[in-house]
Ligand binder design. Structure first.
Ligand code: ZN
Length: 322
């Protein structure tokens, strides 16, 4: 069976808050790493900068102690103290400089820790109201900022993670097409995508199509697995729990495209805690992968090559269900 490289996002193992409640206690970095290490099958962990990696030597020692590999540095440009009016897209030059500086520092820490990836989800770059943002200026700022960040060091790739909503009603980088656009405009070798499956579903996409488009352009660098109700909410549910067939198609696509990267996860653990959430998420992805492999990549590919063969595909895919 295909063995995926699984990792966890440490952010989901600490305090989680929504508008009404806090669901888990605040935890130290060691407590979060300890919990991640309890999930069977996980070998990597995603840490945040600023935050988890402020003392990178301490983080490195903890990772060694718990035998976990750093999968990516997730650069957080969400802090309202700096980025209330956007990060790389902000009107204020000082704010844009702060965002660029954080991303460059994140790249330096990644390199120092032997990791070639930083990820950024620019959720503060968006709007609620018409006339709130000068779109042309904001997009120009974003592209210029990404160019400066990628030029900082070629040995670390900047991965952009699109997300349609939250906390802004509309986020500028809200679908796979815009990621492709930005990567083409920036034109650097070290830019790509962190494809969050739930964000893709919330954007009304088939994640398999998004993965295929990114992969064909050499831009699929990382995956955040999860699921949601498909009506725009980013609920960070267990993979395949709602969009089972979209997930099976996504896994088929990852295997066919030869994806070798990490499968991370953003999972809201408020109902049963992070260890159970991540453990079940891995079980679901492994079992959906089993289904794809039992039918066979070549067989699915052959069936996919025939017009009007949707009945044939589902007949084959559900053969073992009888
Ligand atoms: Zn994500």
């Amino acid at each position: 069976m295909k063995r995926w490289k699984y990792c966890a996002n440490a952010g989901f193992f600490g305090a989680r808050r929504d508008r009404f409640n806090q669901y888990q206690p605040d935890r130290t970095l060691e407590e979060k790493i300890d919990l991640v290490s309890q999930v069977k099958g996980i070998s990597g962990i995603e840490l945040k900068y600023p935050g988890d990696l402020d003392d990178s030597m301490m983080a490195k020692n903890l990772l060694d102690q718990y035998e976990l590999q750093l999968s990516v540095v997730n650069v957080n440009t969400k802090a309202v103290s700096h980025f209330r009016y956007g990060s790389l897209t902000a009107r204020s030059e000082e704010t844009r400089r702060t965002a660029v500086q954080l991303l460059k520092e994140g790249m330096d820490i990644a390199a120092e820790m032997g990791v070639g990836l930083v990820s950024n989800c620019p959720v503060m770059d968006g709007y609620d109201y018409p006339f709130q943002v000068d779109y042309a200026q904001a997009w120009d700022n974003f592209i210029v900022g990404c160019r400066e960040v990628t030029a900082h060091r070629p040995d670390v790739t900047l991965m952009l993670e699109f997300q349609p909503h939250d906390p802004n009603a509309k986020i500028l980088l809200n679908n796979v097409g815009k990621v492709l656009y930005v990567c083409a405009e920036v034109g650097a070798q070290n830019i790509g995508a962190n494809l969050d499956v739930g964000h893709s579903l919330a954007a009304g996409e088939a994640p398999a199509e998004s993965a295929a488009l990114l992969s064909r352009n050499g831009l699929l660098k990382y995956v955040h697995s999860n699921d949601n109700t498909g009506d725009g909410g980013d609920w960070d549910m267990i993979s395949g729990s709602v969009h089972f067939w979209h997930w099976v198609e996504f896994i088929f696509t990852l295997i066919r495209e030869g994806y070798q990267g990490w499968i991370g996860a953003d999972l809201a653990p408020r109902h049963f805690g992070p260890v159970a959430a991540y453990q079940t998420n891995i079980m679901m992805i492994d079992r959906m992968t089993n289904l794809v492999e039992r039918v066979g990549i070549d067989q699915i590919q052959t069936l996919l090559g025939q017009d009007g063969n949707t009945p044939g595909i589902y007949e084959k895919l559900t053969e073992d269900f009888t």
